[in-house]
Every structure is written in structure tokens, then in C-alpha cells.
Design a protein around this ligand. Structure first.
Ligand SMILES: C[S@@+](CC[C@H](N)C(=O)[O-])C[C@H]1O[C@@H](n2cnc3c(N)ncnc32)[C@H](O)[C@@H]1O
Length: 290
């Protein structure tokens, strides 16, 4: 007897349900195989990040006061880059973004204002890596010159634009990185800091591929007995440039060894006496260029 139309339809539907277990399904910006999403337990998807200790293996050291912990790069790179992609870091510092790019088979262009630092960081990479994987530029990231230099390196590396933007600026004047007038930690006022930050972020925006992501790592500060929300103001400047905000992650500062400090009790007294709370977090903000 001929099968009814309904039965035939049901059979066709069932046959389509046979999933190729080896098929790889990814987004346009990550290698995470969504068909195996349950195997990515190590990848964070919530907005509270706690890293009890700083990762010291894999070429990382903690010699630079003001560096970020490598676990941030690991999380962000896995979520927002593919193998061989280029990460652009416009506040390169001691090169955490570059080291982790090499560890994770990504590439990196880093811009740092301090020439002696840019030079010493180069020593963390092999001569071959410095040709193929990590390009370090000494320049003011807010300048047109820096933008042109990054563009030239991108061309050499075979890409028109970068695939991820990392921004870890000075938190205004909390740590003074140099005496240079272009240094964001050396601004006369916080308003000037925001304006300089915006200029750097604008260069980053122009150098980033459409659809790709930017990550801003920043903390707030206290001044004149009040809380100054550096993070939110910088976020507003990013939004003004056209970035949409995808996430505001609170990162516990336990992993920053220096945040513990011997003066913890003194700060506790000051907090109780002054009516404020001691910072125990910073932000990891994620944006997309749409
Ligand atoms: C918070 S640190 C970044 C640390 C880095 N993420 C790391 O893990 O080592 C900020 C860096 O930005 C640099 N900097 C400040 N103003 C700059 C500018 N206008 N252009 C480029 N770099 C700048 C400082 O010298 C400092 O090394």
C-alpha cells in the first residue's frame, strides 16, 4: 500500500535530523565550535570574572606595574578571534596581548609610547616571531602617524584591518607611566584624559574590521572625596564613536598581586572614616563595531 503523504513528510523530516557529528559550526569571529559547545567549560559566558591568581607561565611575568592578567586575553581571544587573526593593542605596555597572541596562534600589533619599553618588550619574542607574529610600534596611539604605521604593518601581515582591538589605557593618573605629554597618565585634567582616550579609540575604530570586537580594560578612581567613573565615561566615548556595548564584565582584582598590598588595613580605616568603599574590581568591557 502506498505511504500516505503525511508519513512520507515525517520520514523526510527524520532523515534531515541526522546531524553530522563532525560538522563544525562557528561564528564569523571565533573558532568555538558551536556543535560542541558543551566542551568549552573553560570559556566564560557570565559577567563576573574571578581569577584567584595571575597566570605566570607561558612567557608572562609580573614585572610591569599596571599590566593586565593574561587570563583576560585568553578569554577574549577565544571568544572573539580566529586562528591567525590580528589583535591590535594600542596600549601595549609589557606586551601581555602579544605574548598571549603567540601562545594562542594569533598575531598582534602593539603600540606603546615609551621607546625603552617598546624595545625591552621586543626581547620577549624571537626574531622570527617579530617578523611574522608580533609587530611592536613605538608611537603615540592618538596620532595620525601611529595609525599610518599600524596600517603599513597590517598590509605587510596581509590584512586590511585588525580583527580585535584591545585597549588597556592608564586609569587616568593612578599610575604615572612617563613624563611625556602624550601619555594618558599625564593629563592635566580627567576631561583631557577622556579626550585623549577618545582619540586613541577613534584610531582603533578606523583600524578595526566591521563586525569585529573591541575590549576595554579599565578601573575607576577616587578624587576629591568622590568616585570618578572612568570606565563608564570611556564606554560613553566608545559608543559615541559607533561601537555598541556588548558586555560590562566585573573582574575581581584578587589576581592583581599588588592590589593586596600591606596597606590594606590603612585603606580599610580610610574607607570607614571617609564613607567610601575600596575598589576590588575593574571592568572588562566588550564592544562591537557594527
Ligand atoms: C595600563 S598600561 C598597559 C599594560 C599592558 N596591557 C600590559 O599588560 O603590560 C598602559 C600603557 O599605555 C602606555 N601609554 C600611555 N599613553 C600612551 C599613548 N598616547 N600612546 C601609546 N601608549 C601609551 C603607557 O606607557 C603604558 O605602558
Amino acid at each position: 500500500m502506498a505511504k500516505s503523504n503525511l508519513k512520507l513528510k515525517q520520514e523526510k523530516k527524520n532523515s534531515l535530523k541526522v546531524v553530522d557529528k563532525n560538522a563544525v559550526k562557528t561564528t564569523l569571529y571565533s573558532d568555538i565550535n558551536l556543535n560542541k559547545w558543551k566542551e568549552y567549560d573553560h570559556v566564560k559566558t557570565d559577567t563576573l570574572w574571578e581569577f584567584p591568581t595571575r597566570l605566570k607561565e607561558g612567557g608572562h611575568s609580573n614585572e610591569y606595574h599596571g599590566n593586565y592578567i593574561p587570563q583576560i586575553a585568553q578569554q577574549i581571544y577565544e571568544r572573539y578571534t580566529k586562528k591567525d587573526d590580528i589583535v591590535l593593542d594600542l596600549f601595549f605596555g609589557s606586551g601581555t596581548s602579544g605574548i598571549e597572541a603567540v601562545n594562542m596562534n594569533r598575531r598582534c600589533i602593539g603600540v606603546e609610547l615609551k621607546d625603552e619599553l617598546a624595545e625591552s618588550v621586543s626581547e620577549k619574542f624571537t626574531p622570527k616571531q617579530l617578523v611574522t607574529d608580533v609587530n611592536i610600534i613605538c608611537a603615540d596611539s592618538a596620532s595620525e602617524v601611529a595609525k599610518e604605521k599600524v596600517q603599513a604593518r597590517l598590509d605587510i601581515m596581509g590584512r586590511k584591518q585588525a580583527q580585535l582591538l584591545m585597549l588597556h589605557p592608564p586609569y587616568d593618573d593612578i599610575i604615572k607611566f612617563s613624563d611625556k605629554k602624550e601619555d594618558l597618565s599625564n593629563c592635566a585634567t580627567t576631561e583631557e584624559f577622556y579626550d585623549l582616550f577618545e582619540k586613541v579609540a577613534k584610531n582603533g575604530y578606523d583600524l578595526l574590521e566591521k563586525g569585529r570586537f573591541a575590549c576595554l580594560i579599565i578601573g575607576d578612581k577616587y578624587a576629591n572625596s568622590q568616585h570618578i567613573p572612568l570606565g563608564f565615561e570611556c564606554m560613553a566615548r566608545m559608543n559615541k564613536l559607533g561601537f555598541i556595548t556588548k558586555a560590562i564584565i566585573i573582574k575581581d582584582m584578587q589576581g592583581n598581586e599588588r592590589a593586596k598590598g600591606k596597606t590594606a588595613n590603612l585603606w580599610r580605616y580610610r574607607a570607614l572614616a571617609g564613607g567610601f568603599y575600596i575598589f576590588k574590581h575593574e571592568y572588562v568591557m566588550v564592544f562591537q563595531k557594527v
